[in-house]
Design a protein around this ligand. Structure first.
Ligand code: NAI
Length: 271
């Protein structure tokens, strides 16, 4: 459509939507980083498939913030291969394609290695690593058929550095960065990019729960803030903007790599 010059957006003053015409599936999108990413992607013109573990008040709030016209809310556990496939079938039936997958769903499993149960080990790997593979495996045939696609995995600084007592979460996140590289190389020539983001401490419900579990939550929050070079904790929107860049065509030559977003903390040897 040719708009009259006077009503055309002026690219010098009106930024163009960065995901116009794209369809994005975001896992674990009810709250935290997933919800912030879903809202930002929608603001930039994408249609959104909101994967949630539970269709609760938070999930409905995220859906309402985007609007039912532009979003599909689908309840599925990412560890359930059949449920993930059903979600993809319904998403493609609704929006006709799938351009972006953000594997954000994740859980903290933190323990002393010798106190860890087999169930905890299995749950950690099922959600934090296999869940991302389940969703990638379901979207890859669609992206291959389209000849284009972008997968963004939400890894962690724990995928680069080790904090004692957090076992086996960092093992799974190292694996997620490995999955990113392996799939990124495997499908690069077919137009599919796979990258990851490694956030440091970000103020979300998972982080709030970590503070709440400490003997002195206020002191723990203060300690965790003070060890950051920025002297402040990251915000979900800051991760969402990194995902927006990686998901968009602006990042079209960025593949099989990881972006750390931790205010510089992981570069510090010691204080
Ligand atoms: P959060 O706990 O606020 O949100 C995680 C979401 O994943 C929740 O909505 C939860 O329902 C969903 N989820 C969990 N298991 C699921 C499953 N089996 N199927 C579908 N959905 C499931 O956490 P937050 O902080 O927003 O974390 C998002 C991602 O970022 C996670 O992968 C986490 O490991 C990672 N991350 C978070 C950091 C932080 O400081 N908040 C730091 C580094 C990484």
């Amino acid at each position: 459509m040719n708009l009259p010059t006077s009503t055309r957006p002026d690219p010098r003053t009106t930024p163009l939507p960065r995901l116009a015409g794209k369809v994005a599936l975001i896992t674990g999108a009810a709250q935290g980083i997933g919800a912030a990413t879903a809202r930002l992607f929608a603001q930039h013109g994408a249609k959104i498939v909101l994967n949630v573990l539970e269709d609760n008040t938070l999930a409905q709030r995220t859906l309402a913030a985007i609007g039912e016209e532009d979003a599909l809310l689908y309840q599925a556990d990412v560890t359930d291969v059949a449920a993930v496939q059903r979600m993809l079938d319904i998403a493609v039936a609704r929006f006709g394609k799938l351009d972006i997958l953000v594997n954000n769903a994740g859980i903290n499993v933190f323990n002393d290695p010798l106190k860890l149960s087999d169930d905890e080990w299995t749950r950690c790997f099922e959600v934090d690593l296999k869940g991302a593979w389940n969703c990638s495996r379901a979207v890859l045939p669609i992206m291959l058929q389209q000849g284009a696609g972008s997968i963004v995995n939400i890894a962690s600084v724990h995928g680069h550095k080790i904090i004692p007592g957090c076992f086996p979460y960092p093992v799974a996140k190292h694996g997620l960065i490995g999955l990113t590289r392996a799939l990124g190389i495997q499908y690069a020539a077919q137009g599919i990019r796979v990258n990851s983001i490694s956030p440091g401490l970000i103020l979300t419900p998972i982080a709030e729960a970590g503070f709440a579990a400490a003997a002195d939550p206020v002191a723990e929050r203060h300690r965790q803030t003070e060890i950051l070079p920025t002297k402040r904790i990251g915000e979900p929107e800051e991760v969402a903007y990194t995902a927006l860049f990686l998901a968009s065509d602006e990042a079209r030559f960025i593949n099989a790599t990881d972006i750390l977003i931790d205010g510089g903390r992981s570069q510090v040897y010691h204080d």
